[in-house]
Design a protein around this ligand. Sequence first.
Ligand code: MG
Ligand code: MG
Length: 262
Amino acid sequence: MIHLRSSEEIDAIARGGAIIADLLDTVRAEVRPGVSTEQLDRFCEDFICSHDGAVPAFKGLYGFPGSVCVSLNEEVVHGIPSERRHLKEGDIVSIDVGVRLDGWCSDSAWTYPVGEVSEDALRLLEVTQDALQRALEAAVPGNHVGDIGAAVMATVGDRPYGIIRDLVGHGVGRDVHEEPQVPNVGLPGHGPLLRTGMVVAIEPMLSAGTASIRTLEDGWTVITADRALSAHFEHTVAVTGKGPRILTTAPHGVDAGASAST
Ligand code: MG
Ligand code: MG
């Protein structure tokens, strides 16, 4: 069932979303060579829990052990924070954060360069971020879910990137993952109709190689099958009569843009 949320409910989701936005902006300073993915996890958990009533929505979700997902380089999503994994100069790292506040969830992810990264890595980040932006713009009443995936595909165009199809965006509300599924590929005018009050997480994942993925033996970490670099950007957005309302944007208007640190 696809839920339609009132403006008050959307405001409530945005309150948790603002914490994520602030966190994804703040954690940028912690993303540096030598830092372990466990340290990033602890930083994020402490940050979230410093806000009254807010908890990391991913902790324990389906049994996930971390507070956030920290995925390095060829890892697409669901990287388990570890004190043995340290960031290195030239890596890219995605941090995927869910917050639950007052019974409402929000979900956002950003991929950061660690120090100086290659031109190719930067381009992948830029294109994935651009794909998210264009997909968000498609989240308007009267469009369909397929228009969102089509926007991702149009952004990628003929670049030799893989669009990860086996993982999808989703509705967000009382639970982190609700209906509908929001694929990163699609046909305009196809799929469920987007209606005012729908709240979805849009999350393009691109690889610099194949679109094929596999899951590591830890049961969680998803990597590109050819170990090509992968980037992931995500916002929770409400479909409204006034256009897409991004609920995981910082109130002070600072977005955690990948290019801002370079
Ligand atoms: Mg997420
Ligand atoms: Mg998500």
